[in-house]
Design a protein around this ligand. Structure first.
Ligand SMILES: CC(C)(COP(=O)(O)OP(=O)(O)OC[C@H]1O[C@@H](n2cnc3c(N)ncnc32)[C@H](O)[C@@H]1OP(=O)(O)O)[C@@H](O)C(=O)NCCC(=O)NCCS
Length: 197
């Protein structure tokens, strides 16, 4: 990763815009991070955000942290293009303790699950990371997080193993290498031999 800091910029996909969080997104963000069905799976640990004031303060904290992150790391709001609604968040963040591995993660409001939005986000963020001198990105999945495990597998990420080294809890590690980026493409962007035709 670069040592210079990066101001998170927007990435656009067919159905989504990934853009920096605004404090004014607090209400939409609370529909994501106020949901225990979302936060229970996150690592590092994150409690459900209890109310709007807490969400606003967390967004302020994320904005300040983002300004100090080395490129291509960041935190993005996921906005749906059809209605401009913020339906979730995504991250590319350095994994502790070494801060050398880069974690990709997604948090969608539950009523947005099942539409392939995490898949679309993965491809956009991976392409962005690989354009910035990063060779591989990692997903760390809590055992039992069936939806996240399906997402990473469907996006061409490879099983690495289980570890407690990142956050002191057992996590399943998956990796996507730059050479496998095509496997992270949404079906519409994949050549026929990868889309199961
Ligand atoms: C993990 C999480 C992001 C996955 O969301 P998701 O919507 O299931 O993810 P995907 O983008 O992979 O979508 C796949 C589903 O969309 C469907 N789908 C619909 N249109 C699709 C399209 N154009 N492309 C791909 N999949 C599509 C797939 O059939 C699949 O449906 P299924 O779950 O019924 O089998 C979401 O469950 C979440 O936010 N969980 C809480 C937080 C969390 O666990 N984060 C990950 C921590 S490691």
């Amino acid at each position: 990763m670069s040592t210079s800091t990066w101001t998170t910029h927007a990435l656009t996909t067919e159905r989504l815009t990934l853009r920096p969080w605004l404090v004014d997104d607090a209400r939409a963000a609370l529909d994501v991070y106020g949901h225990a069905e979302v936060t229970r799976w996150l690592s590092p640990d994150m409690d459900r955000v209890p109310d709007l004031a807490a969400m606003r303060s967390l967004l302020q904290q994320w904005k300040a942290e983002s300004a100090r992150l080395p490129a291509p790391a960041g935190r993005w709001a996921i906005q749906r293009n059809t209605d401009d609604r913020v339906i979730g968040g995504a991250i590319l963040l350095p994994l502790p303790p070494g801060n050398e591995d880069l974690e990709i993660g997604w948090q969608l409001r539950p009523d947005a699950w099942g539409n392939g939005y995490a898949t679309e986000t993965t491809h956009a963020l991976a392409a962005w990371a690989f354009s910035q001198d990063v060779q591989e990105i990692f997903a760390v999945v809590r055992p039992g997080n069936v939806r996240a495990a399906a997402t990473v597998r469907n996006n061409g990420m490879h099983w690495v193993g289980e570890t407690t080294k990142y956050f002191g809890i057992e996590l399943q590690v998956y990796r996507l290498r730059a050479a496998d980026l095509d496997r992270a493409a949404p079906a519409a962007l994949q050549p026929p031999n990868l889309s199961g035709d």
